[in-house]
Design a protein around this ligand. Structure first.
Ligand SMILES: CC(C)(COP(=O)(O)OP(=O)(O)OC[C@H]1O[C@@H](n2cnc3c(N)ncnc32)[C@H](O)[C@@H]1OP(=O)(O)O)[C@@H](O)C(=O)NCCC(=O)NCCS
Length: 172
């Protein structure tokens, strides 16, 4: 499979997308295009096979966010002013379950990190955050995401990754 990752386009085929999670399926089918094109509150990127260049196999969505400084571990924010920290939110990420385990998730998150670095070079932002499903925490940890301690004990686990860590990793 020759994988392509690019911005979501209006006529991409999303109706058959099934990652096994209704909320993530529904976001792609009902909201991703409007949020990107009309509302400007999230940009989605899709993974496609070059041979079927409209069929979405996986996607992620990025948005800007800010989080109170006190929400982060003290050692992480030491020396920073008492402002909310500007961040990039990895708002959604999913792979169609017929295509999991083939590295699509890896390709998507790698692209999300590359885009985040480009943004961080142009606009101040300290880290990338995501609200990970509990059973996906170890998957994100593979990429260096760290749980935010003291976050809610039920529901998704907030995790963050410092852009400087990503930059250092990509330069190696
Ligand atoms: C999580 C998800 C994105 C992974 O996508 P994928 O294409 O299967 O990922 P990759 O093929 O790049 O990586 C698979 C690897 O991750 C591992 N993995 C899969 N789920 C994992 C989990 N929950 N915790 C830890 N590792 C996990 C696999 O064992 C495999 O390991 P290997 O590389 O050593 O063989 C995909 O399963 C998915 O979309 N799930 C449903 C939606 C979802 O949960 N999204 C995340 C919302 S927070």
């Amino acid at each position: 499979m020759a994988l392509v990752i690019r911005r979501l386009e209006e006529h991409d085929e999303v109706e058959n997308f099934d990652c096994g999670d209704d909320a993530l399926n529904n976001y792609l089918k009902r909201h991703a295009w409007t949020n990107q094109q009309k509302s400007s509150i999230g940009v989605s990127y899709v993974a496609l096979d070059e041979d079927a260049p409209r069929t979405v196999l996986g996607y992620f969505t990025l948005a800007m966010a800010s989080v109170p400084r006190d929400a982060f571990p003290k050692k992480y924010v030491r020396g920073l002013p008492p402002y909310d920290l500007p961040l990039i939110l990895l708002a959604r990420l999913a792979v169609d379950r017929r295509f999991t385990g083939r590295g699509l998730g890896h390709a998507l998150i790698s692209e999300a990190l590359r885009i985040s670095l480009r943004v961080a070079d142009e606009v101040g932002c300290r880290s990338i955050i995501t609200d990970a499903y509990r059973d996906r925490v170890s998957w994100y940890a593979r990429y260096g995401f760290v749980p935010v301690e003291g976050a809610a004990v039920t529901g998704p686990q907030r995790m963050f990754l410092d852009v400087r860590t990503v930059r250092a990793a990509l330069q190696r």
